[in-house]
Write a protein that binds this ligand. Structure first.
Ligand code: NAP
Length: 312
């Protein structure tokens, strides 16, 4: 039987719905055709296929245009660079998103460099990274933007708090560190070489897990009452694949039986919910907010393309 939940559950789905409505209204107010998003997907990863389809669906539902260009998994770097160049040059395209991760052999940094920074809705071009780190963001990467929006919507204070982030990716950990620092948190950014993670994490008032390790964060990592944000999305196709501590989870077992897979976060939800003050679920936490923020960024790109300031 699942344990009783005590932490407040931070609902990303409801907030994402509101943010998508906001983006729809902002897009409708813009002059010219609806903002257009082009997603470039190097195929081969089923999870990426699913993310791209939910991103383009949500974009269209908000009245924006969305299209996906698919390249084979063995595409040469030049083929991807040519696609980016076409999207950079096209007056029809406001925002460009290259779905990550890229297969080995495609150097992500070369790809980020090639994007037109005024269309870079994932905020990965060095110019956008620099602006973010200087505290004057143009495009804030979608997942960290969603995390901050969720904290703020739930009135969880950031200023003066100790925040620990697990994972230093370009798309989550590093930009989130910049955003929380800009909001006056004291941030520790951890990675695979960090020593004694549980002790460090127990000092956090806000703990964010973005490492891609199912159920890695247990109650030993969490201070009583801390806010825990679970960014990880890990697909488990059988109970044997699940880490030992998740094999008894009724929710994981049921999902595998019914859907052939379970999505689990980096946090052991059942155990951490006994200790944390607030906690995001997987699914239904940060994932939907990432999609909502992509719409927001596409509207910003469209504003820039129409000679308007990024924000009102
Ligand atoms: P990533 O590029 O996969 O990198 C993982 C990071 O975690 C690296 O910095 C790595 O350290 C660190 N790490 C790995 N194992 C660790 C360990 N045992 N202890 C401490 N640190 C460890 O990261 P990502 O792209 O940000 O993805 C992370 C997770 O978030 C994945 O599950 C992904 O699916 C999910 N995600 C979810 C969303 C969403 O919308 N909810 C969006 C993006 C990503 P090193 O740097 O030392 O290698």
């Amino acid at each position: 039987m699942e344990q009783k939940t005590t932490a407040r559950i931070l609902d990303g789905t409801a907030l994402a719905r509101r943010l998508r409505e906001e983006a729809r209204a902002q897009a409708a107010d813009l002059p010219g055709p609806p903002p257009g998003l082009r997603v470039i997907l190097v195929t081969g990863d089923p999870a990426s296929e699913a993310y791209v389809s939910s991103k383009t669906k949500a974009t269209r539902e908000a009245g924006l245009r969305a299209e996906t260009i698919r390249l084979p998994s063995d595409a040469a770097p030049q083929a991807l660079l040519d696609e980016i160049d076409r999207a950079n040059q096209s007056a029809e395209i406001d925002g460009i998103l290259v779905q990550l991760p890229l297969p080995p052999g495609l150097d992500p940094r070369r790809i980020f460099d090639a994007l037109d920074p005024s269309k870079d809705v994932d905020g990965l071009h060095p110019e956008n990274v620099g602006l973010l780190h200087q505290g004057r963001p143009r495009f804030v990467p979608c997942t960290p933007a969603g995390i901050v929006a969720l904290l703020e919507a739930n009135e969880i204070p950031i200023a003066g708090k100790r925040a620990v982030i697990l994972g230093r990716s370009e798309i989550v950990g590093k930009p989130l560190a910049a955003l929380l620092t800009a909001r006056d948190a004291t941030v520790t950014l951890c990675h695979s070489k960090t020593r004694d993670l549980p002790t460090l994490c127990r000092q956090a008032e806000i703990l964010v897990a973005a490492i891609g390790r199912p159920g890695f964060v247990t109650e030993d990592f969490v201070a009583e009452g801390a806010t825990v944000i679970d960014v990880g999305i890990n697909r488990i196709a059988s109970l044997e694949e699940a880490p030992a501590h998740l094999r008894n989870s009724e929710a994981v077992r049921r999902s595998i039986e019914e859907k052939g897979k379970a999505l689990v976060g980096d946090v052991d939800f059942a155990r951490v919910s006994q200790v944390a003050g607030a906690l995001t679920p997987v699914p239904g936490g940060i994932g939907p907010l990432t999609v909502a923020m992509l719409l927001r960024n596409t509207v910003i790109a469209a504003r820039l393309g129409r000679g308007l300031p990024a924000r009102d």
